[in-house]
Design a protein. Structure first.
Lengths: 251, 242, 237
């Protein structure tokens, strides 16, 4: 069967065993990039002329916001693959991606609020991007709540995958409409500067941080997927053998 | 009632529905494995098994509502899932939830299933609901509601394959006898029948498939072992569908 | 020959409820459950009557808030009434019978959503001038409010139908339904209130209505498909 490789790819067991090999390398690369980016961005990048040192929070805020949105698409695409090709693994990836994405969205919102205090003088502003981020957070919560609401795992998988897909269709519409809403309601006193051209000395550490966040995301997603695989397949022979050997090794 | 073997029915020609090595699971628990039988024109099969043995899951797999299964099912030689469509075109299914809308009258319910008023009246008379056709179904008793669903069997030109999940439940003695007569008439006109029932069904010819004979093996290959419970779960997960 | 007979019977038997039969059945059912029609409207009016008690009776403030308040309440009223959209049919098995037919579920879903809109969204829109008056809405806002509610609540019914189909197999979906559907309502809310606001500010509200219409067209094309998929998933449960 020519499709056999595909189904093996979809087998959680196969993924668990293969990922063991490259997982440490991925983690090491992510941590290395993050360390370099943080030290570079917080320690060596120049101070901003207007905002002083407070701008440095973009080294967390921007990569988190990037991945919050990308994570939703990663989640939805895994769900779609699961719905179309009935791959068990991709549903597990979808479930694993949801809380990670939600946490990243929360981090983006939180750092945005912390950044807003010195910049705008208030923690929360109904700015277009913040509002969109908040709605994205709600979308994540919806997918997580729906996937947890079914007692039958497969139904939860499929239902939340469909909801994630519906969300994907909606996200561009939501972003556009929130943008429009904001231009309509923008108070004159609160002038938000568009992200002006950024100096290369500030930009390179940012790029490093974004790359580091992507690798970190991939690492955490793999870890979480592996944990969910063990949780789902705890009845199977191979998980029991795995658990048996590891506890035997420890004991 | 003879104990069923797959070979005993194959003489009558090509089977309508054939099931080979079917395994179904629910909530990660394997219900049965290696289920093999075939259903020919003019014959009936009664599926028996304890509560939670997977009768309803089997029925819902065979009508294509549940798509998670291992093994082969085919309808007129066409394998599932491709065969589902042509099977459904020739299917009359009455499930545990019988498809009777409580906010409609029996007459309106049958009209929703495509019956003309005259056909619907005749069918309702045949199930003993003459005089009730204009009451709302929510005002009728459980047995009468079941009869409204069963009235679909008395509409002219019924579909060749009947799949009935516990059709005898809530029926009185006369109702059971009349339904059995209708089933036999259906079989003798070349139709076929798949039925689950806890009560004995007195029709000829009838073969039985007992799900207890197809318990999943406890040893077996790694792949088979995937969804075995460590201990027999006493939780009845089939409450919803009986 | 049984084969030929089977084919002939199949043609006869698969005569399904057509779109008009589906619509008529839904109307009959809706007409016999009048409380389901009246309760969302009463909710809409009652909660809006609470608003001045909560935020104070100053006419200027009420006038400023009126479009948003009326729209948010329309959102909630639609959402609350949507929970039962597929529930009865799921529980009595007729949804499964529909899913067994060879025709796509798109049209049955569309028929149900259409009737839902006719008995909740449209009456809400018809009531809106009364509420506009109670909340001191400017005279320029009445017509845009009505038209935007007519278009917007139809989209809300369609989008909410996806949520109702996704949660129909769950025992108590109420709050979960709100959680998964509310974010998807955002564009309709923004352009609905935007229509009224533009009219009150003396601008043309045509563009906003056009966008609401575009949202409605997209929702009418896609939402029943998603609902149909969700129904099949729920029936597998």
């Amino acid at each position: 069967m020519s499709w056999q490789w595909f189904h093996r790819l979809g087998s959680p067991r196969w993924f668990y065993q293969k990922s063991s090999a490259w997982l440490p390398w991925l983690g090491a690369a992510a941590l290395l990039l993050l360390t370099v980016g943080i030290v570079w961005g917080l320690g060596f990048a120049p101070e901003d002329a207007k905002q002083g040192n407070s701008y440095r929070i973009i080294y967390i805020h921007v990569p988190a916001a990037f991945l919050a949105l990308a994570g939703y698409y990663i989640m939805a695409i895994s769900g779609a693959i699961g719905l179309i090709w009935k791959m068990k693994l991709s549903f597990v990836v979808m479930r694993a991606a949801a809380p990670i994405g939600a946490v990243l969205t929360f981090v983006a919102l939180f750092t945005g609020a912390v950044w807003g205090k010195p910049t705008w003088g208030t923690y929360w502003v109904w700015d277009a991007r913040i509002t969109s981020m908040l709605i994205l957070f709600f979308l994540y919560l919806g997918v997580m709540a729906l996937s947890g609401a079914f007692s039958r795992e497969q139904s939860g998988d499929k239902a939340s995958a469909l909801l994630a897909l519906v969300g994907t269709v909606n996200i561009p519409i939501i972003y556009k409409s929130v943008d429009w809403w904001f231009t309509l309601h923008q108070p004159a006193t609160l002038k938000l500067t568009e992200a002006s051209t950024i100096d290369p000395s500030m930009f390179y550490p940012l790029i490093t941080m974004i790359a580091g966040f992507y690798l970190f995301y991939a690492w955490v997603l793999t870890l979480h997927t592996r944990a969910l695989i063990l949780q789902r397949e705890w009845r199977t022979q191979w998980v029991r053998e795995l658990m048996g050997t590891s506890s035997a090794a420890r004991g | 009632m003879s104990s069923f073997t797959p070979e005993s029915n194959t003489a009558a020609g090509s089977p309508l529905l054939s099931v080979q090595g079917l395994c179904c699971e629910r909530d990660g628990r394997q219900l049965f494995a290696g289920l093999t039988f075939c259903l020919n024109p003019g014959t009936a099969i009664q599926v028996v098994g304890a509560n939670g043995a997977g009768k309803s899951t089997l029925i819902r797999t065979l009508i294509g509502s549940v798509s998670d299964f291992h093994g082969d099912i085919s309808w007129r030689g066409r394998a599932f899932p491709r065969g589902v469509r042509s099977m459904r075109a020739e299917l009359l299914y009455i499930g545990h939830n019988a498809g009777v809308r409580r906010g409609l009258t029996p007459l309106e319910n049958l009209a929703w299933y495509g019956a003309s008023e005259r056909e619907a009246c005749e069918a309702l008379e045949a199930v003993g609901l003459f005089g009730f056709e204009d009451l709302l179904c929510q005002q009728l008793s459980a047995g009468q509601n079941r009869r409204v669903a069963l009235a679909r069997l008395y509409l002219p030109d019924p579909a060749p394959l009947w799949v009935l999940d516990e059709p005898l439940a809530a029926l009185d003695v006369a109702g059971v006898q009349s339904l059995e007569a209708r089933m036999e008439a259906h079989l003798s006109s070349g139709g076929s029948l798949l039925v689950t029932s806890h009560q004995p069904v007195h029709i000829q010819p009838l073969a039985q498939v007992d799900l207890a004979d197809f318990q999943p093996p406890w040893g077996g290959t790694l792949d088979d072992a995937r969804d075995f419970p460590l201990a027999a779960s006493s939780v009845d997960r089939e409450v919803r569908h009986g | 020959m049984p084969g030929q007979g089977g084919a002939r019977r199949a043609v006869r038997f698969s005569r399904l409820p057509g779109f008009l039969t589906l619509l008529r059945t839904e109307f009959i059912l809706a007409a016999r459950r009048r409380a389901d029609i009246v309760n969302p409207l009463l909710f809409f009016v009652t909660v809006l009557a609470m608003m001045p008690l909560g935020i104070g009776p100053e006419p200027e403030m009420l006038a400023r808030m009126a479009p948003g308040l009326i729209w948010v309440m329309a959102l909630l009223a639609t959402l609350l009434s949507q929970e039962s959209l597929f529930r009865n049919d799921y529980e009595d098995g007729s949804l499964e019978q529909l899913a067994l037919q060879s025709q796509p579920l798109y049209f049955p879903v569309l028929a149900k959503v259409l009737v839902h809109w006719l008995v909740t969204g449209l009456p809400l829109a018809l009531l809106s001038p009364l509420l506009g008056m109670m909340l001191n809405l400017g005279a320029a806002g009445y017509w845009p409010l009505f038209v935007s509610l007519v278009l917007g609540t139809a989209s809300l019914s369609l989008i909410g139908g996806v949520g109702a189909a996704l949660t129909v197999a769950l025992r108590r979906p109420g709050l979960l339904l709100a959680l998964i559907i509310m974010p998807l309502y955002v564009p309709v809310l923004i352009f609905g209130t935007g229509t009224v606001q533009a009219a009150l500010d003396g601008y043309s509200f045509g563009p906003q209505l056009a966008i609401l219409g575009a949202i409605l067209a997209t929702a009418a094309a896609l939402a029943p498909l998603a609902s149909a998929g969700a129904i099949r998933i729920s029936l597998e449960n």
